[in-house]
Structure formats: structure tokens, C-alpha cells
Design a binder for this molecule. Structure first.
Ligand code: HEC
Ligand code: HEC
Ligand code: HEC
Ligand code: HEC
Ligand code: HEC
Ligand code: HEC
Ligand code: HEC
Length: 380
């Protein structure tokens, strides 16, 4: 653990130097660093124990994590509830008619242009459809992404975000986008566990969904150590990663490995309302964040082991860990935030607005905490 403390010291020094930047490192930089980081390739599939192996000792976390969209963020199309409960999905764009038809144990994706048609069996479904679900299929070793996605708000198909074509050159292009292996590896890196073994995509043995070891690193050693009576559990030597020990900037970038850190979004060139899909990017530009504060890490508001809290009141505690809640009291080091002249509760309902993202046909929560002014343009 000594190197971690040493690193923290260096990071603090770096922070002082580049304090003008709201974010520290891109995910690529973190991955190049030593130590575990989410989406990192693993050395061997044998290093993973699988989430069921954690259940006997961490039963509460295991049970509540079962219900999260993260845990269920990718699945074989044959098991996708969305497809089962919507057995006939369709969409029309110009002369092209799109359909996904689900039978007993498979879903078929068909596109016709009135004269010809192409048809494939879907392999993978991505997304729990809180917002939407996208589909991948294969022809030999080549992966394809369906040009259409299921959107919960539409209860039907529409163009996959950022993949709409006004005039596809042929039926094939209208139907799919071939996805290069490198990109497939990235999709699975964020939506599944243990998919990248030594830089190779291991489709046959991956664990669908973001499960325990996607965030805590391979756990087989930890399970072995904890099962061995000769080892006294010692908080510093339990052979598994706990991001609770990261500093606030790193902790937010940790979730940013998949959700998009400040640098990730900058480097990708994403702008406008679409950036609200990246909570880490928006959060660190809040005035509340300052140079980073543990009281505003993702885990101050979200338990990654449990479903999302959807009652605004559930977040008040986090705001009030910094903000006064009575007029006439002066801010201090322990409560640096002023009191609200308008409300005393449900803070996020006014200060973290829901923003409509057109390509997603849905809203996302803007994590830039602020005073929202009626009619203002989206603050970049
Ligand atoms: C045989 C029991 C056992 C099993 C199985 C087990 N753990 Fe643990 N785990 C422990 C104990 C004991 C600790 C010590 C700290 C504590 O009291 O929580 C611990 C601590 C942890 C910590 C905190 C580490 C730290 O340094 O703060 C994490 C994270 C963790 N376990 C994750 C997992 C994951 C993921 C799995 C499945 C791959 C797993 N555990 C399987 C018993 C177990
Ligand atoms: C390995 C990638 C990965 C990491 C690391 C990760 N997430 Fe996620 N997260 C996802 C994916 C993928 C989804 C979308 C699942 C879906 O809706 O299909 C998601 C969804 C969520 C949601 C939305 C849940 C809902 O009900 O819609 C929250 C909240 C969330 N993550 C919080 C966190 C926090 C907090 C951290 C850091 C502790 C974190 N995530 C780290 C991949 C990740
Ligand atoms: C850098 C990590 C990352 C990569 C790469 C990635 N995703 Fe995601 N994906 C996420 C996270 C985090 C979420 C949840 C937040 C959000 O909605 O944007 C998500 C959400 C989704 C959703 C649900 C819609 C939604 O917004 O909740 C779908 C569908 C999806 N991803 C499909 C894909 C497909 C298909 C690929 C590859 C072509 C892919 N993703 C690549 C991280 C990633
Ligand atoms: C999306 C990322 C993510 C996933 C998936 C995840 N964890 Fe965690 N886990 C965290 C974070 C972040 C912390 C640190 C919590 C904090 O900062 O309060 C943590 C902390 C823990 C701890 C230490 C708790 C403590 O009180 O010190 C244990 C044990 C643990 N997780 C077990 C698990 C198990 C078991 C699973 C699978 C069922 C799992 N985690 C899945 C992100 C995750
Ligand atoms: C100060 C509290 C707070 C913090 C800190 C916070 N969130 Fe949120 N988050 C919320 C609220 C409030 C919602 C909306 C809940 C609802 O009504 O559905 C939300 C929703 C989300 C969602 C669901 C999609 C959406 O946009 O509605 C994701 C994903 C998410 N947060 C990820 C993160 C990540 C990753 C971090 C760390 C960078 C983070 N959050 C930090 C309060 C917070
Ligand atoms: C880590 C401590 C911390 C947390 C947690 C925190 N804030 Fe703040 N917030 C501050 C500080 C400090 C300021 C004052 C910044 C300044 O004006 O210099 C501030 C400023 C604000 C402002 C004024 C912003 C502006 O543009 O003038 C609003 C509104 C606000 N906070 C609301 C919230 C809400 C709502 C929450 C919970 C979702 C929250 N804060 C959580 C510390 C925090
Ligand atoms: C009904 C909507 C609403 C709710 C609920 C609400 N606020 Fe506000 N808040 C506002 C508005 C509007 C302003 C701007 C007032 C002004 O400029 O006159 C504001 C201003 C603020 C400011 C800036 C104060 C200053 O002196 O500059 C802070 C900090 C703040 N709110 C925090 C919070 C916190 C913390 C909560 C929850 C305890 C909360 N707000 C609940 C609407 C709300």
C-alpha cells in the first residue's frame, strides 16, 4: 500500500500544479498506470472467481447488486426480456422496413427494401432499456451493430444513436454497421466482466454485465485467502481492490472509466446536451466540486451495489453534508456551502435538471450542480 500513499502525494502535487483543470487523467492514462483500473485487460481468466463466489460472504451486496442495470448491462439476445415482451418490433425509414421478431428461443432481425431482404439472428443485447437496448450479431468472426435500437420512451425501434443514415448506399448499409474487433472489445469492456484476457476478446468465457470483479479486479486470490483460516483478514492486505481508498479526483475518474471522465469526453470531442450522458464529466465542472471533495464523489450519492435512488429527497443528505440549511448562518470549513433562499429539501429536483438528449429519445440528469435559469442555453 505504500506506493499508493506515495502516488497520492504525487497526485496532490500534480493537482496543485494543474488546479485549473477540473479533471486529472483520461482513462487511457489510468490504464497505462500500474495497478487495477476498470476495463483493464486481465492476465488470465482463472484470476476471476465470478460474482456467485462473493455471495457467501458479501450476501447483502451480492443480493442488491443483482437488481442493478449495471449488472444487467449486457446479455445474450436470447435471454433479453425486452425482446420477449415485445415480440414484434418495427421501424420504417424511406424504403427500408426494419423488424425484430422474437420466437421461442431466438430473435431475428430483418430489413427489406421492398424487393430484397436480409435477415440475421441477434447475438447480444446491450442496455437494460431503462433508456434503450442495442443489438449485435455475427457473421463468421465479424460483428455487426444493428442500425436500429429499442427505446423505452418509444416502446419501439428507432435509429441507433449517432448511426442514422439519410441515404444508405445499399440494403446492407441500411441494416448494419460492421464493428471492428478493437471497438467490440471496448463495448464489452464497459458492459461485461472478464472479456479482455491478455488483449484478446474472450467471448466464450466472459461474464455478462458489470459484476463485482469489473470494479474490484480479479477476485480469485481474495476468495482463496478469505477461505483459508490461516489468513487473518487485514484491511491492507485482502488481495482485492477497493476504490474507497482513492482520492476524490481519482474516485470520480474510476467510475469515469466507463461513464466518461472529463478528459475522455474532451478527447472524444462530445459537446452539448449529449455530454449529460457522462456524469463524471459534468460533475467536476460544478462549483460545488472545487478541487475535488470526498463529499461529492459518485458514491456520496450512489451505491454502486444497489439500484438507483429515484426520490429527490434521498439525495438531500449529500447536499447538506456541505450546505447550510438555515438563513443567517455563515459558511465554515465543515459547511462551506451557503443555504438556499428557496428550498430546504428535494435539492436535486431544482439544481440537477433532467436534460433531453434527442438521439436517446430520453432525459439524463445533468450532474453540473447549479442554479438553473429559465430559458438559458445548455451551459457547456
Ligand atoms: C470467504 C469469505 C469471502 C469471500 C468468498 C469474498 N470475500 Fe471479500 N472480504 C471478506 C472479508 C472477511 C473481508 C475483510 C474486510 C471486511 O471485513 O469486510 C473482505 C473484504 C472485501 C473488500 C474490501 C477490501 C478492502 O481492502 O477494503 C472487497 C472490495 C471485497 N471483499 C470484495 C469481494 C469480492 C468482489 C468477492 C468475490 C470475487 C469477495 N469479496 C469474496 C470475505 C470474503
Ligand atoms: C465497467 C464499466 C462501469 C464502471 C466501472 C461503472 N459503471 Fe455504472 N454503468 C455501466 C453501464 C454499462 C451502465 C448502463 C447499464 C444499462 O442501463 O444498461 C451503468 C449504469 C450506471 C447507473 C445507472 C443506473 C440506472 O438505474 O439507470 C449508475 C447510477 C451508475 N452506473 C453508477 C456508477 C458508479 C457510481 C460507478 C463507480 C463507483 C460506476 N457506475 C462504475 C458501466 C460501468
Ligand atoms: C467507455 C465505456 C462504454 C463503451 C465503450 C460502450 N458503452 Fe454503452 N454504456 C456505457 C455506460 C456507462 C452506459 C450508461 C450511461 C449512459 O446511458 O450513457 C451505457 C449505456 C448503453 C446503452 C443503454 C442506453 C442508455 O443510455 O442507458 C446501450 C444500448 C449501450 N450502452 C450500447 C453500447 C454498444 C452497442 C457499445 C459498443 C458499440 C457500447 N455501448 C460501448 C458505457 C460504454
Ligand atoms: C460499479 C462498480 C462496483 C461494482 C460492480 C461492485 N462494487 Fe463493491 N465497491 C465499489 C466501490 C466504489 C466501493 C467503495 C465504496 C465507497 O466508496 O463507499 C465498493 C466497496 C465494496 C466493499 C467494501 C465495503 C465496505 O464497507 O468497505 C465490498 C465488500 C464490496 N464492494 C463488494 C462487492 C461485491 C461482492 C460486488 C458484486 C456483488 C461488488 N462489490 C460490485 C464499486 C463496485
Ligand atoms: C450530489 C449527488 C450526486 C452525485 C455526487 C452523483 N450523482 Fe448521479 N445522479 C444523481 C441524481 C439525483 C440522479 C437522478 C436520479 C433519478 O431521479 O432518477 C442521478 C442519476 C445518475 C445516473 C442515471 C442516468 C441519468 O443521467 O439520470 C447515472 C448513470 C449516474 N447518476 C452516474 C453518476 C456517476 C458516475 C457519478 C460520479 C461522477 C454520479 N452519478 C454522481 C445524483 C448524484
Ligand atoms: C463538497 C461540498 C459540497 C457538496 C456535497 C455540495 N455542494 Fe453545492 N456548493 C459547495 C460550495 C463550496 C459552493 C460555493 C462555491 C462558490 O460559490 O464559491 C457551492 C455552490 C452551490 C450552488 C451555487 C452554484 C452557483 O452557480 O452559484 C448551488 C445551487 C449548490 N451548490 C447546490 C448544491 C446541491 C443541490 C447539492 C447536492 C446535490 C450540493 N450543492 C452539494 C459545496 C458543496
Ligand atoms: C424549488 C426549487 C429549489 C429547491 C427545492 C432548492 N433550491 Fe436552491 N435555489 C433555487 C433557486 C431558484 C435559487 C436561486 C435564488 C436566487 O438567485 O435568488 C437557488 C439558490 C441556491 C444556492 C445559492 C445560494 C446563494 O447564496 O448564492 C444554493 C447554495 C442552493 N440553492 C442550494 C440548495 C440546496 C442545498 C437545496 C436543498 C436543501 C436547495 N437548494 C433546494 C431553487 C431551489
Amino acid at each position: 500500500m505504500r506506493h499508493r500513499i506515495f502516488r497520492t502525494a504525487i497526485t496532490v502535487l500534480l493537482l496543485l500544479q494543474v488546479s485549473a483543470l477540473p479533471g486529472q487523467l483520461s482513462t487511457e492514462d489510468h490504464l497505462a498506470d500500474r495497478g487495477f483500473w476498470p476495463t483493464q485487460p486481465a492476465k488470465s481468466r482463472k484470476d476471476f472467481a465470478g460474482p456467485e463466489a462473493c455471495a457467501s460472504c458479501h450476501s447483502n451486496k451480492f443480493a442488491s447488486a443483482q437488481l442493478t442495470p449495471m449488472k444487467n448491462g449486457a446479455m445474450m439476445a436470447a435471454t433479453a426480456e425486452v425482446l420477449k415482451s415485445h415480440p414484434h418490433l418495427h421501424f420504417v425509414a424511406k424504403q427500408y422496413q426494419y423488424a425484430i421478431d422474437t420466437g421461442q428461443d431466438a430473435s431475428r432481425y430483418t430489413v427489406t427494401d421492398g424487393q430484397r431482404s436480409l435477415s440475421y439472428e441477434l447475438t447480444w443485447a446491450f442496455g437494460t432499456a431503462r433508456v434503450g437496448q442495442s443489438y449485435l450479431f455475427k457473421d463468421g468472426a465479424q460483428y455487426y451493430e444493428a442500425r436500429v435500437t429499442y427505446f423505452d420512451k418509444l416502446k419501439n425501434l428507432a435509429f441507433t444513436p449517432d448511426r442514422d443514415l439519410s441515404s444508405p448506399k445499399d440494403l446492407a448499409e441500411a441494416m448494419y454497421r460492421p464493428v471492428p474487433t478493437q471497438e467490440i472489445q471496448r463495448c464489452f469492456g464497459c458492459h461485461t466482466t472478464a472479456s479482455d484476457i491478455g488483449g484478446k476478446f474472450d467471448e466464450a468465457h466472459l461474464i455478462p454485465g458489470v459484476t463485482c470483479e469489473a470494479c474490484h479486479g480479479p477476485g480469485a486470490n481474495h476468495v482463496r485467502a478469505m477461505n483459508s483460516p490461516s489468513v487473518v483478514p487485514n484491511a491492507n492486505d485482502v488481495a482485492i481492490f477497493n476504490s474507497a481508498r482513492l482520492n476524490p479526483v481519482e474516485a470520480v475518474e474510476f467510475c469515469g472509466a466507463c461513464h466518461g471522465s472529463w478528459w475522455d469526453v474532451k478527447l472524444a470531442g462530445v459537446k452539448g446536451v449529449s455530454t449529460t450522458r457522462s456524469a463524471p464529466y459534468r460533475l467536476v465542472t460544478s462549483r460545488c466540486w472545487g478541487k475535488g471533495d470526498q463529499r461529492l464523489e459518485c458514491t456520496a450519492c450512489h451505491d454502486p451495489h444497489a439500484p438507483l435512488q429515484t426520490e429527490a429527497a434521498g439525495y438531500d443528505k449529500a447536499c447538506l453534508s456541505c450546505h447550510l440549511n438555515a438563513q443567517g448562518v455563515k459558511p465554515s470549513a465543515s459547511l462551506p456551502g451557503r443555504a438556499c433562499p428557496v428550498g430546504t429539501g428535494n435539492c436535486t429536483s431544482c439544481h440537477m435538471p433532467k436534460v433531453y438528449v434527442p438521439e436517446m429519445h430520453d432525459t439524463f440528469t445533468d450532474h453540473r450542480i447549479r442554479i438553473v435559469k429559465a430559458g438559458e442555453p445548455f451551459p457547456e
